[in-house]
Design a protein around this ligand. Structure first.
Ligand code: NAP
Length: 288
């Protein structure tokens, strides 16, 4: 990396951000496309959020990502947000256009792109989402947007599943949406085409935990776990034992990052598939 007077700065803000993989994704991307830019991670306390946003404008930082816990609160500091971010109700990517801050959400796009990469067509399918937090919100919204047949949201805290379900029903009346607890008592398992784990169950250090067991589903089930630490979670191992197709969270993570780059670099028509394999190889060294 050749840092000089012309190096552009991009960054991540969140709290805590320990061991975030974003700098690895973005700095590898800059290396691969030979771009004179650097990506840093800043751990920002809530009381400093507005000052940091001002500093970003003053320093002419061209773009930044936003992670937990600021994906919703950051909206108060932005001049504009994209339709997608509006629908999801959260922003993870901000572009600084001459001092005007524009917010986007690339989590849902990253997820959908990861399905395309694996030739998985979800249009008209029945989807079971485990969890009702930020990841579930972005993925549920994107799936409803592209036209799945039904979404069932299962969550430990029923009130949160209800809230997300009502929001999606209101936004996408043509999609059948329901909710329940993680015991799955309310669903007909045989009708489910895809399960997406959006809870943090199974995430390091609780790597021996799975959010559900996989008895009773049809043989064509696809199991997607958005948790990426570890890459091969307990849920994915259970699914592999049953012969189901599986997808891990690293793919979505890389694509949401590459979509942020597309936004920051003015959609210079990067073929984002082209960089996926190399970035993934580099990331795998950091996640077991
Ligand atoms: P979040 O907003 O905090 O939501 C966490 C979800 O997990 C909630 O539904 C919560 O249920 C559930 N949960 C947590 N601990 C639980 C437990 N012990 N038992 C049952 N349910 C539990 O977090 P998030 O941003 O959606 O992230 C969730 C996971 O997805 C994390 O592992 C994160 O790293 C991963 N993620 C990956 C990507 C990617 O690009 N691959 C993107 C986003 C997130 P309650 O509502 O009951 O609390």
């Amino acid at each position: 990396m050749n840092i000089n007077w012309n190096t552009q700065i991009y960054c991540l803000i969140g709290h805590p951000i320990s061991k975030t993989l974003s700098p690895i994704i973005h700095n590898n991307f800059y290396r691969l496309i030979n771009e004179n830019s650097i990506y840093l991670a800043f751990d920002v306390k809530e009381k400093h959020l507005s000052t940091i946003v001002e500093a970003i404008k003053i320093l002419d930082i061209k773009g930044f990502n936003v992670t937990i816990p600021y994906k919703t609160t950051i909206i108060n500091y932005l001049d504009e947000i994209s339709e997608e971010a509006k629908l999801i109700g959260a922003v993870n990517t901000v572009k600084n256009v001459d001092g005007k801050l524009v917010g986007y959400n690339t989590d849902g796009m990253g997820f959908i792109k990861s399905l395309e990469l694996n030739n998985i067509d979800v249009k008209g399918k029945n989807i079971l989402i485990l969890g009702a937090g930020g990841g579930a919100k972005a993925i549920g919204t994107s799936l409803a947007f592209i036209g799945v047949d039904s979404i069932f949201i299962s969550n430990r805290t029923l009130g949160k599943a209800k809230k997300l379900s009502e929001k999606l029903k209101h936004q996408f009346p043509e999609v059948s949406i329901d909710y329940g607890e993680l015991d799955l008592k309310k669903i007909d398992k045989k009708k489910i085409h895809m399960i997406i784990n959006c809870t943090s169950i199974g995430m390091y250090p609780n790597i021996d935990k799975s959010p559900i067991d996989l008895d009773g589903f049809s043989k064509d089930l696809v199991v997607y776990d958005i948790v990426y630490k570890p890459i091969n979670t307990k849920l994915l191992k259970l699914a592999q034992d049953k012969g189901y197709k599986t997808m891990d969270g690293l793919t979505m993570l890389i694509f949401q990052g590459l979509y942020s780059q597309q936004i920051w670099l003015d959609n210079k028509n990067y073929d984002i598939y082209e960089y996926y394999d190399e970035i993934r190889r580099n990331l795998e060294k950091y996640v077991e």
